[in-house]
Write a protein that binds this ligand. Sequence first.
Ligand code: 1GP
Length: 247
Amino acid sequence: MTTWEKLLNIKNERGAGYFILIDPDKQPLEQSLKLATQAEREGADAVFIGGSLLSLPVFNELIRQLKTVVKIPVIIFPGGVQQVSPDADAILFMSVISGRNADLLIGQHVMAAPIVKMTGLEAISTGYMLIDSGKVTSAEFMSNTKPIPRDKTDIAIAHGLAAEFLGMKILYLEAGSGALQPVPDEMIQGLSRMCGLPLIVGGGIKTPEIASQKVRAGASFIVTGNILEKNNRTGLIAEFAKAIHKH
Ligand code: 1GP
């Protein structure tokens, strides 16, 4: 079964899925491995690996070691072309569709595609949309793009439809890591009503209640990063998983 099929199964069987994001630059390798094992034990459905800066040797090594300690999919959430590692289960092959930075719409992808092909890594075509979160996030700064205003659901829907018609498989609605405010419910509702693609929602989701609210609005998958780096209390991931999974 491909990783994409596994993700669809999670969505169909559990109503929604929970991904944790590990940024290898923010913690030592051992801690990342510990977090991933804990996440698997407590019910997370996949591990995303990525970040805006990432140092390559640590990145490859972490993915290699992660694959030996967890069975849930390890998926690259790349900050750039340097983050292609053959040991992962899949890579979100993302275009930053909310922006007009040509390099992030198609440029980096042309550099990455032959490497992805050579390594046999599964590419999941993803429309990545940055949504304004109340402050400038690393994703906004590093991508050199403007996020979609929070109250412009119609603009977000137009982007989502364009991604669908272009043949992308999934949308990532991103408020940015450490966002002051997560993606608004209204925008998630609008996209889930008008656009046929599954929705990953992440950035600034700090409590299981907020996660559950985003699922009720129409999110198919929730990502949390920061909150788990700041709080490694046993049971917190389980609380998120419980709030996100409908069954
Ligand atoms: C970033 O959506 C993720 O892409 C996670 O954001 O670190 O704020 O949870 P947080």
